[in-house]
Design a protein around this ligand. Structure first.
Ligand SMILES: Nc1nc2c(c(=O)[nH]1)N[C@H]1C(S)=C(S)[C@@H](COP(=O)(O)O)O[C@H]1N2
Ligand SMILES: [Mo]
Length: 198
């Protein structure tokens, strides 16, 4: 990739940039396939599997506690972006509105367009994870995952599902789209868990 899109991290930021990553200028878009166009009034979000099945429409989502988040973003293709500002719902606040079966150990996030990505419940239920509908004070643009995406800052960004429309609760780990295609099952950037392995 061209030099002008990347820069070496400032010293003060370098301890926040995982090994093998460079800071991106701007906020690149990385999507596999077409960008789904979903309006908030058509939008529907479901939970199923080892959970009491439930659907949320946009107003149900807005009725959950809302807050601001600042998070770093690390793509496995080696660009990182620090301090992205979002607004949305904490995963743990969503979970408080669900009845999750204690046998559940993993989730598979599902998206409009068919993308999926898996996580252990432990990785997904961390307090810094959230569902975002707002980026830099504006409605989340479709190419960045609007109307709603997940953000899981401690793992590579392929675990942050754009256009998310469901969470399947499972009693085992099940590979999502990139994981079936050779990406690591967990994807922890500080350990450079890029490809292969769990
Ligand atoms: N539904 C869906 N979510 C996705 C992707 C995708 O192709 N489809 N790409 C992933 C990858 S590899 C990255 S790096 C981030 C990119 O998010 P951005 O386009 O907002 O930068 O979204 C992740 N979530
Ligand atoms: Mo990525």
């Amino acid at each position: 990739m061209s030099r002008k899109f990347f820069e070496k991290p400032e010293l003060s930021q370098s301890d926040r940039v995982p090994p093998g990553q460079y800071l991106a200028k701007g906020f690149p878009v990385l999507s596999y396939g077409e960008t789904p166009q979903v309006s908030t009034d058509q939008w529907l979000f479901k939970v199923w599997g080892l959970v009491e099945n439930k659907s949320f429409d946009w107003s149900d989502l807005m009725n959950l506690p809302q807050q601001e988040f600042t998070a770093d973003f690390h793509c496995v293709t080696r660009w990182s972006k620090l301090d992205v500002t979002w607004r949305g719902v904490k995963i743990t606040d969503l979970f408080a509105a669900l009845k999750i079966d204690p046998k559940a150990t993993h989730v598979l996030q599902h998206c409009y367009g068919g993308y999926t990505t898996n996580l252990s419940l432990e990785d997904f239920a961390r307090p810094e994870n959230f569902l975002a509908h707002t980026l830099n004070g504006e409605p989340l643009p479709a190419d960045h995952g609007g109307p709603l995406r997940s953000v899981v800052p401690h793992l590579y960004a392929w675990k942050s599902a754009k256009w998310i429309n469901g969470i399947e609760f499972l009693d085992h780990d099940e590979a999502g789209f990139w994981e079936r295609n050779g990406y690591h099952m967990r994807g922890e950037p500080w350990a450079e868990q890029r490809y292969g392995g769990r």
